[in-house]
Design a binder for this molecule. Structure first.
Ligand SMILES: [Zn+2]
Ligand SMILES: [Zn+2]
Length: 172
């Protein structure tokens, strides 16, 4: 067992937040639109490095402070533009654009980032939830569901629909 990696410190959190806001400003220059500097939080746990989400009409970025500690440079250059691209696409196209569809890929290219979906990080030393989550998508974003919900969906017992776009959740 490797020791648990310490999460990034205040100075690094500030750097990640600034980089996130820089990409938002860059999108303003590229697309000639205004995008709010939305909150950046470091409360994501588990296997994902970042997430853009809208809860109760409030958009936010969530980053995983342990994965950022282990792969700081990679996350600054890959995860940050990845999540900002989700925000830009969501703001410009609403629920019409799929989470990793052509619009998202175009924003990634405009940012000079590779439009790839996930980084394969080695998770040793990263505290991972005891309760596994599964990534699903609708028409507008990613959803993280519990094992119980995943089992209901995969056995056809129940269907789940996104509250924002009303599309059915399918495994990502
Ligand atoms: Zn994504
Ligand atoms: Zn949706």
């Amino acid at each position: 067992m490797q020791p648990i990696i310490q999460p990034i410190d205040t100075a690094q959190r500030l750097e990640v937040t600034e980089r996130t806001h820089q990409f938002i400003r860059r999108a303003e220059n590229i697309y000639g639109e205004r995008f709010d500097l939305i909150p950046v939080r470091f409360n994501l746990t588990g296997t994902a490095a970042g997430m853009y989400r809208v809860q109760n009409d409030r958009p936010e970025f969530r980053y995983n402070p342990h994965l950022f500690a282990k792969y700081f440079a990679e996350n600054l250059s890959e995860t940050v533009p990845h999540e900002v691209s989700h925000y830009i696409v969501h703001t410009m196209y609403g629920t019409k654009a799929r989470p990793h569809g052509p619009e998202w890929k175009q924003v990634m290219r405009d940012f000079g980032a590779k439009p790839v979906r996930t980084c394969n990080f080695d998770l040793s030393g990263i505290p991972v939830r005891r309760h596994r989550r599964f990534e699903y998508q609708c028409g507008c974003r990613m959803h993280s569901v519990t094992t119980r919900v995943h089992n209901m969906i995969s056995t056809g017992t129940r269907q789940y629909f996104c509250k924002s776009c009303a599309r059915e959740l399918v495994i990502a």
